[in-house]
Design a protein around this ligand. Structure first.
Ligand SMILES: O=C(O)CCC(=O)C(=O)O
Length: 239
């Protein structure tokens, strides 16, 4: 009712019913996404109260000292995949357990141009991606369209540790398995002993990790002490 009255008045300044209805729809969808985000936050970090501000309590988002890269030295060697053979890679990096950054790999992947937030939204609006596990170990999932709204709202920028999609089942689920065709394991890592256990019996071995700046896991050793490679995509994209 109140909206109808307003619309009569607003039409004089060019705000039509259509615009109003779109605005109301988008407000409703924001409320829905806020509710979903609160729900998954409770699910993945039940020790933090959303309503009492525990997600922003430490103020990491504005912690100048903590976020500063001043004085940090990056001494990790970089190699171009086109210039280093697998044999040389084994000798220089794998055998001595020397970390390195490999460049020139992802440009040829479909993921390189297909995995932008907007394109992913267009493709997977209703698909539920995993953002973590609850206290009983069950997967906590959220529809991509709600996660997208979180990413484009101010909220994630204030969170001490923003929510991110960390989904080790994407390649097995009907709605998202096509993503596994968008990249290729680098030749350096083609030897994978778990392959011999069979696809059904091997433990999870591929993840998508999608999130904004400051999101991500902390230092850890992977399950079964396996070694991981990670590819960084979209690093310059503005969420
Ligand atoms: O980048 C991340 O946050 C997670 C990556 C990870 O857990 C891993 O490579 O083992």
């Amino acid at each position: 009712m109140a909206i109808g009255e307003n619309s009569q008045t607003l039409e004089h300044i060019g705000v039509t019913d259509d615009v109003i209805s779109k605005t109301v729809q988008s407000a409703k969808s924001s409320q829905r996404s806020e509710r979903r985000i609160r729900g998954v936050k409770r699910g993945v970090r039940s020790e933090l109260s959303v309503s009492q501000g525990d997600w922003t309590r430490r103020g990491y988002a504005n912690h100048k000292e903590l976020l500063s890269t001043e004085g940090l030295r990056d001494e990790i060697p970089r190699i171009k995949c086109s210039e280093v053979t697998p044999e040389e890679f084994i000798e220089r990096f794998e055998a001595p357990c020397q970390p390195c950054v490999i460049t020139g790999l992802t440009e040829e992947w479909a993921a390189h141009h297909k995995w932008t937030w907007d394109k992913l939204l267009a493709k997977f609006p209703e698909h539920k991606f995993k953002v973590g596990s609850d206290d009983d170990g069950y997967a906590v999932r959220i529809k991509f369209k709600y996660y997208y709204e979180y990413l484009h709202s101010l909220e994630h920028g204030k969170d001490d540790s923003p929510l991110y999609i960390f989904d080790g089942t994407f390649a097995d689920r009907a709605g998202s398995k096509a993503l596994s065709e968008d990249y290729k394991a680098p030749e350096y890592f083609s030897e994978d002993l778990f392959k011999f256990v069979g696809e059904k019996r091997r433990p999870p071995y591929r993840w998508i990790v999608w999130g904004p700046a400051r999101s991500g896991s902390s230092l850890h050793i992977d399950p079964l002490a396996t070694s991981a490679w990670n590819a960084l995509l979209m690093y310059a994209a503005k969420p």
